[in-house]
Structure formats: C-alpha cells, structure tokens
Write a protein that binds this ligand. Structure first.
Ligand SMILES: Nc1ncnc2c1ncn2[C@@H]1O[C@H](COP(=O)(O)OP(=O)(O)O)[C@@H](O)[C@H]1O
Ligand SMILES: [Mg+2]
Length: 337
C-alpha cells in the first residue's frame, strides 16, 4: 500500500460570528470544520462529498495552508504544515496545488493565458528558468488539451471548460504531488463536465498525482475515487473505499444521498427505494447535540441526542461510520431481479 503523504489530524476551523459595527462583539462560532481526520496516500484519489455549506472549501483552505486551523493539524510528509518556514514552506506550496470551482472568477482577466500559467515560475524559478518559460507554458497548454499557440489570449476568449483547463494547467505548472480539486466541474455545463473529468483522470495516470476531489454529489466522484469521505455539518460521517461507500453504505446520510442519485436503468429504478430527507441542514453556528444528523434521521433514538457517534468501524459495519446504529445497507445494483 502506498505511503501516507498528507495526514489530517482532528482539524477544527471555527469562524467567529460578530455583532455590531463599531464595537464588534463575538456572539458565537460557525463550526465550519469540526474535527476531521483522514490520510491521503501517494497517487490515490480521495473524494470528499457533502451538501453545500458542510465545510468542504474551508477544509481545502486549511489543507493548502491558506488558513490556520482553530485546532488540530495537517502533516505533509510527516511535518506539521503550520510550522513550515522558508524552503520547507516553499516546497510544500509547490507540492500541493488547488483547482478552484469557478473558472470564471479564479483567473485574473487582465493577464494573458501565458502569464497566468507561467506565474508560478516567478516564485519557483528552479522549475523553469527564464529562457524556458514560454516553451513550458506551451507544453502545459498541450497537456490540458488547449492550443499552445493561444498563450497570448485572455481568459474571456475561452469557454468555461477551456478556462477550467487553464486553471488545471496553472495548478500543474510546478509538478505538484497533490492536487486539491474543489468542485472543479460544478460551475460547468453538464456536457463539458465529463470532458474535464476525463482530463483530470488522464493527468493523474500520466503524472502520478494524488487528488483530493471535492464534490457536492456522490455521482460526480464515483468514477474517479479510490476512497470517499462523506461530510455533514463540518464532520466526516463515513469513510470507505469506493465499493464500501457505493455498494455497502452504513451511515443513514450516505444511504439517503445514494438513494437520490438517478438510475438510468428503468428496471433498477423500480426497485430502488428513495429516502427523502426531511428538514433543512441545521446551522453550523448551532449544530444539534450528539449526532448532528439526528434531526433529519429516520433511525434517531435518545442516545443520538446525548452522545456524539465517533467515526469508527462497528459491529455491523466493515468501514468507519459515525452512527450509533450504523448498518450495512446493500444498494440495489444492476444485477437485481
Ligand atoms: N471566512 C468565513 N467566515 C465566516 N464563515 C465562513 C467563512 N468561510 C466559510 N464560512 C462558513 O462555514 C460554513 C462552511 O462553508 P464552506 O467551507 O464554504 O462549505 P462548502 O464548501 O461545503 O459549501 C458555511 O456556513 C459558511 O458560511
Ligand atoms: Mg465550497
């Protein structure tokens, strides 16, 4: 099994909620990420899935060392990233890159594509000495399926899908080891999404990248992920291999998410039980006691309000799940009937 290159150890990120204009008073905390742990192995894809607002982007910013966690830590190759300085920090910044959700706002409109993709070389001059930059940028454009002659164009001259390719080329410029993809296809037309997903898969195979692939929908990450973590209100509620999550989910939330994934095959669709979640996601500033999912859960008992379920493997499960009553539920597969 490949080594762990990134370790996330009980990461918490709270944001203060303030009141007043002149004299800001902290009246609470938004618990955006509230105790998340997992490890990423070299070359693997870990999908992180959860509804909007559950803390995925906050987690990605902490992983990238763009924000300090309130508590807990992230280790890159064994070293706490918050303690890195100088060359160590520079190396980490080179090795972990981010592809953002919105290709329309994440690229500076006043910079040419050549300058956008070549910008990381300004800081990391060792990767591409000045004389070789133009060629490097052209190689990167080709790598992501864009015309290498277009390096003097501006972002607005490209379509959404092409802009996301530019964002990907920029993320790859420094030959990173890990790429965090924060909903990289959510803002794109459905017809374009598969092309960008295929590109990301191809690049992983060619370059041996490890991905943390964030999405709000389980169906998006299925094809690409080796393992999947499901998030709810700042916490990981289930973590397993592709097969464990999609075929034998144990947390009621995962089961509900999967039941909502459309099935193209009509005979399977008939057998499929849809679990409809009632109620809205509670506010992360005021999460329910005990299990955060209990207010929407059909299995909830008194225990769920009293005791927080830990993410662990239980008697009736074969992988970690944060539910007192976790139980494998076989998902109706195509061979049914
Ligand atoms: N800088 C911030 N200040 C205050 N609250 C924030 C900040 N960033 C995110 N949040 C809050 O944290 C929660 C999680 O947000 P986010 O990480 O963006 O979720 P996701 O990416 O899963 O949609 C949300 O309630 C959001 O409003
Ligand atoms: Mg987000």
């Amino acid at each position: 099994m490949a080594e762990n290159i990134l370790e996330v150890d009980n990461v918490v990120k709270h944001y203060p909620v303030t009141q007043g204009v002149l004299f800001k008073k902290t009246i609470g905390q938004v618990k955006a990420v509230d105790g998340v742990s997992f490890a990423l192995r070299a070359g693997e894809t870990l999908g992180i899935v959860g509804e909007s607002g559950c803390g995925k982007s906050t987690l990605s910013r902490v992983l990238m060392n763009l924000e300090r966690p309130t508590s807990g830590l992230v280790r890159y190759r064994g070293r706490d990233i918050s303690t890195l300085r100088g060359r160590g920090l520079k190396r980490m910044r080179r090795q972990i890159q981010l592809v953002m959700q919105d290709p329309y706002t994440s690229l500076n409109p006043r910079m040419t594509v050549g300058d956008l993709i070549g910008e990381p070389f300004e800081i990391h001059t060792e990767v591409a000495p000045k004389g070789s930059r133009r060629r490097k940028v052209q190689e990167l454009l080709e790598l992501v399926g864009l015309n290498p002659e277009h390096l003097n164009r501006y972002p607005h001259q490209f379509s959404g899908g092409q802009r996301q390719r530019i964002g990907i080329a920029r993320a790859l410029a420094l030959k990173p080891e890990i790429v965090v993809c924060d909903e990289p296809v959510s803002a794109l037309d459905v017809s374009i999404q598969a092309q960008v997903m295929n590109l990301l898969e191809k690049l992983q195979n060619e370059l041996g990248l490890a991905y943390i692939f964030i999405a709000h929908d389980l169906s998006v990450v299925r094809h690409l992920s080796d393992r999947v973590g499901v998030m709810y209100l700042g916490k990981l509620v289930e973590l397993g291999t592709d097969e464990e999550i999609y075929e034998r989910p144990t947390h009621p939330y995962t089961q509900a998410l999967l039941s909502a994934v459309p099935v193209p095959d009509p005979t399977v669709r008939e057998h499929k039980q849809i679990i409809r979640l009632t109620g809205d996601v509670p506010s992360p500033a005021n999460p329910p006691s005990g299990c955060r999912f209990r207010t929407r859960c059909w299995k909830a008992q008194d225990l769920c309000a009293e005791q927080e379920p830990l993410l662990t493997t239980r008697a009736r499960t074969d992988h970690p799940s944060a539910c007192h009553y976790a139980e494998i539920r076989e998902i109706v597969a195509t061979h049914e009937g």
